[in-house]
Design a protein around this ligand. Structure first.
Ligand SMILES: [Zn+2]
Length: 343
């Protein structure tokens, strides 16, 4: 997803929240190279816009086993997008839409609304350790408040599923849009996961700095000051073959591991997570390489707020081709199904 950029800082955000508004009124200030970001005013529910859904009831997470890992889908929030789907994806044909409806029928609300989930994934590793991928929309007053349904319910979901935040030793942020990093830090600006390294691509950090993004102040600086920021460059194995692979991994196959791989386009330093249990046993946590089923139906369909649409298309094609070859399961942030098997 993309987001309205503004000059708001944590203090402004919290003041706005304290004033009773979940919806921010601070206007965008910084200039951007990417297509004009949407304005908070567009995100505000009005008579011609569907109201944001409020906090959702935490649901039992769907779970997939991969090798020695379990991937839990954690839905932080859900609601309608502020643009009709055919404006968010203006290049899609009627055939594309028909195919998308078959893949994710719940994405199609009344009056051309795009209904979407905001999902994180927790990967349970041997020894009851966790890798968390993305941290959702965050609390009331978080940067995502300008357009996404807040507050999210991630803390309740974690607690309800016995996931102690102190046992999360790795947080992967696929990218630094605010609907993916909302719970990375608390409202007081301290890391929500006190023992975790927060893994993001250096390239993403560089792009945010160049943009003057509010996410620097909200997320990056607090993590850096707490010594929790873990920038990486390119493909990196986060949990390797030593984790539980053991003798069950047949010779010649790669073992159980978790990797981040660069998947740029949606943002310059976007990354995805491969959870691998051997050949044809893989979950790909895509992040926003694709944000709607219409981009599975036709990977050439661009999303209005991709930073580099050409690169995003290439990345999407590569990821989907690879996933088909590996018979991988997709774990997406915004489809209404936590896991999607490709045909
Ligand atoms: Zn998103």
């Amino acid at each position: 997803m993309s987001y309205p950029q503004g000059s708001v800082n944590r203090r402004t955000l919290l003041l706005a929240a304290a004033a009773g508004g979940g919806v921010l009124t601070a206007g965008p200030a910084s200039a951007h190279a990417r297509p004009a970001p949407h304005r908070p005013a567009h995100a505000r529910p009005g008579p011609d816009r569907p109201a944001h859904a409020g906090p959702i009831r935490p649901e039992r997470p769907a779970v997939r086993s991969v090798g020695c890992f379990e991937v839990l889908a954690l839905r932080d929030a859900a609601g309608p997008f502020f643009l009709p789907y055919d404006e968010a994806f203006s290049g899609a044909s009627s055939n594309d839409w028909a195919a998308a409806r078959r893949i994710d029928p719940a994405a199609f609300g009344p009056d051309r609304t795009w209904q979407l989930d905001f999902r994180c994934y927790a990967i349970r590793r041997p020894g009851d350790r966790y890798t968390l991928v993305d941290t959702g929309v965050g609390p009331q007053g978080s940067p995502a408040s300008a357009w996404a349904p807040v507050p999210g319910v991630l803390p309740q979901l974690l607690a309800g599923n016995g996931i102690d935040v102190r046992r999360v030793d790795t947080v992967v942020l696929t990218h630094l849009h605010e609907d993916h990093a909302g719970w990375a830090v608390t409202a007081q600006g301290v890391p929500m996961f006190p023992n975790a390294r927060y893994v993001m691509q250096q390239r993403e950090l560089d792009a945010l700095e160049a943009d003057g993004s509010e996410m620097i102040g909200y997320v990056v600086r607090p993590l850096r000051e707490a010594g929790r920021l873990h920038p990486v460059d390119g493909t990196v194995v986060l949990s390797g073959d030593t984790v539980g692979a053991g003798p069950r991994t047949p010779a010649g196959r790669h073992g159980d591991r978790i990797r981040v791989v660069p998947t740029p386009g949606h943002t310059p330093g976007h990354q995805s997570v491969l959870v691998e249990g051997g050949r044809h046993d893989q979950v790909v946590v895509t992040g926003d390489v694709l944000v709607h089923a219409v981009q599975i139906a036709d990977p050439d369909v661009g999303y209005r707020y991709e930073a580099d649409q050409h690169l995003a298309r290439l990345t999407r094609r590569n990821l989907l081709d690879s996933a088909r070859r590996e018979r991988a399961v997709l774990a997406t942030a915004h489809l209404n199904r936590p896991f999607v098997e490709l045909r």
